[in-house]
Design a protein around this ligand. Structure first.
Ligand SMILES: [Zn+2]
Length: 262
């Protein structure tokens, strides 16, 4: 039984038996896995604080013959979400990443691009100040977790193959113009004013332009933009609706974020 190693992000843990933990984790090289971490709650040496959800770690694990669960031997922290101040918004955003990855990706299906997306938004979520009203005079602006959340939701729809061309109306194919872009809960993509079907919501000019920029640039390039929580709210609603429609369930963490005004 050979021991494998990969960078990984811890998604969720469940206690089993006395000190054992069942761990869902997303590895760069082997995809999402479930493993048993024996005596994890007793072994600071093998796991330290690395079992905190959304920790980026190096993982050592082994396949077990005729077993669905791998044996998770050790985690070594590369970046902990606890290294930044923990506030309610940031925790809710981190939980959203965990739920989406856990629900959207099949087990043992390597998705390197999704892994890189997750690592980059984790960095943006944890390294920045939370979204408070920042006075203009306080020097550089920090975009905070709402930017990272917006970027992640948009890119997950793209990487899951759900996001059609956002430059054109899904019905007539005409080029869309800022300010006349609409979406609805029943279909993917965006619509012009004529084909919005009445039931739609508007996607603001800022959000539509933001989406186009985000699909061309890394998350880090938005880090210095001012980002009050309302910014991109309609874009997040558009992408979360698409994710939920395709996953065929409501995301619990999306409700929590909505309660926080996101
Ligand atoms: Zn149209």
């Amino acid at each position: 039984m050979s021991v494998l190693t990969s960078e990984a992000v811890v998604l969720r843990t469940w206690p089993v038996h006395e000190a054992d933990l069942l761990v869902s984790f997303f590895t760069r090289d082997y995809g999402r896995l479930k493993g048993m971490a024996k005596a994890a709650l007793k072994s600071r040496k093998r796991f330290g604080g690395a079992l905190e959800p959304m920790t980026l770690a190096r993982a050592w694990f082994a396949e077990r013959p005729r077993q669905e669960l791998v044996r998770l031997d050790q985690l070594e922290i590369l970046r902990s979400p606890l290294s930044a101040p923990v506030d309610q918004t940031r925790m809710a955003v981190l939980s959203f990443y965990a739920e989406v990855i856990d629900e959207a990706l099949p087990e043992r299906d390597p998705q390197e691009t999704v892994f890189r997306l997750l690592a980059s938004v984790l960095e943006q979520t944890s390294s920045l100040k939370p979204d408070t009203e920042q006075p203009q005079s306080s020097g550089p602006q920090f975009s905070g977790p709402w930017m990272a959340l917006t970027y992640f939701s948009l890119w997950m729809t793209r990487l899951m193959g759900l996001l059609p061309d956002i430059g054109h109306c899904m019905t007539c194919g005409d080029s869309l113009g800022a300010g006349e872009v609409r979406f609805n809960a029943y279909a993917d993509g965006l619509f012009c004013g004529v084909h919005a079907n009445g039931s739609g919501s508007a996607l603001s000019a800022d959000s539509w332009q933001l989406a186009q920029r985000m699909l061309r640039a890394p998350a880090a390039s938005f880090a210095r933009e001012a980002w009050p929580r309302k910014r991109g709210q309609d874009l997040r609603r558009f992408t979360v609706q698409m994710l939920e429609r395709h996953l065929e369930r409501k995301l619990k963490t999306a409700e929590a974020l909505a309660r926080l005004g996101g």
